[in-house]
Ligand binder design. Structure first.
Ligand SMILES: [Mn+2]
Length: 327
């Protein structure tokens, strides 16, 4: 039973509730290149804080993801346009090292910072940190927060939490889909979360631009026989020519991983400004720890899903692709 080994966070949950109760102005922060989990988490906490009469803003260095607009509504504000020191509490949700580190130095000592995450390897410290890698998602962790604080879960909050759980479990297909995840999802459905509609919007509803981009990525895929890696690349021109966005890249690594005989997948994508992003995925039965590879490139993540970012450009070789480091 995982429950025995998990943090119970009961005192941290009450501290978080206390921080939100005492704060007048709250800033919630979503990670850069926002995914369903960070979006669901900040919106669920926004809902909760608004219900307590707080003034709440949501900050992110990237815009609100198009592909989630059918499911939830939200406004993300670029941190540079906010008076960061005007908030009593700043709460970062999910992959807190992607974005939050850029604003933390601009805050005053009197402002309370909270980190809520389920990624290992987090080096940032908040005044309060709720970090536990045994959770499937930050949204699953927040569900426990709402239960522990006896918060009524509205249909809107249930939708936000289900969105994050479905996003990070790949609609219950990844190995982080524990029995507990299914119990939480079941309770969220009872509270009105439209699970089938979320799955359709997030996973099944593919735009032509997405399919064109995937076509290019799959066309180029190569298997490295030495290490069982299946790798492909998406260039900046691909995104432009297909009319696709970086949101459309996310699932490619997971789909490549379904190819028999492979140990893990890697998708390299150019993100402009000479930045190359690598997304690594594996499956439980493949017995491969992709976070070790991500670490070699200064990245991090989970055993089965990791990533890294490096400055450079992508170059083709007979065995796959290579990143030529550069500035
Ligand atoms: Mn997450």
């Amino acid at each position: 039973m995982r429950a025995i080994f998990m943090h119970t966070f009961s005192s941290e949950f009450h501290t978080l509730q206390y921080i939100i109760t005492k704060a007048e102005r709250i800033l919630l922060m979503a990670h850069s290149s926002p995914d369903a989990d960070t979006v669901g988490a900040v919106l669920a906490l926004k809902n909760y804080s608004l219900g307590m009469g707080k003034q709440v803003d949501v900050a992110c260095f990237d815009p609100f993801p198009e592909f989630l607009k059918d499911v939830v509504e939200g406004i993300f504000i670029v941190p540079d346009r906010l008076e960061l020191t005007s908030y009593d509490a700043v709460i970062a949700c999910d992959s807190v090292e992607r974005g939050f580190h850029k604003i933390v130095g601009k805050l005053n000592a009197g402002q309370v910072t909270v980190l809520i995450d389920h990624h290992p390897d987090i080096n940032l410290k908040g005044d309060l940190s709720l970090i536990d890698a045994s959770y499937s998602s930050v949204c699953e962790l927040l569900y426990d927060f709402f239960i522990a604080t006896k918060t009524p879960i509205s249909k809107q909050m249930a939708t936000c939490l289900a969105l994050g759980i479905l996003g990070d479990t790949g609609a219950f297909q990844h190995s982080n889909t524990t029995a507990r995840v299914m119990e939480v999802a079941s309770d969220l459905m009872r509270h009105g979360a439209p699970v089938a509609r979320i799955i359709e919007s997030v996973f099944s509803n593919k735009k032509l631009s997405t399919l064109k981009l995937w076509g290019r990525a799959f066309e180029r895929a190569k298997i490295n026989q030495r290490n069982g890696m299946i790798v492909t690349v998406v260039t900046h021109e691909d995104l432009v020519e297909c009319g696709a966005t970086s949101d459309d890249i996310a699932q490619v690594a997971s789909i490549l991983n379904t190819v028999p005989g492979t140990k893990f997948s890697l998708i390299l994508s150019e993100r402009g400004n000479g930045l190359v992003k690598g997304s690594l995925r594996s499956e439980e039965y493949k017995n491969t720890d992709v976070s070790e590879i991500a670490h070699q490139f200064g990245g991090g993540g989970h055993r089965l899903a990791s990533g890294f970012e490096v400055q450079g450009r992508i170059s083709e070789t007979p065995e796959g692709w290579e990143i030529i480091p550069g500035v």
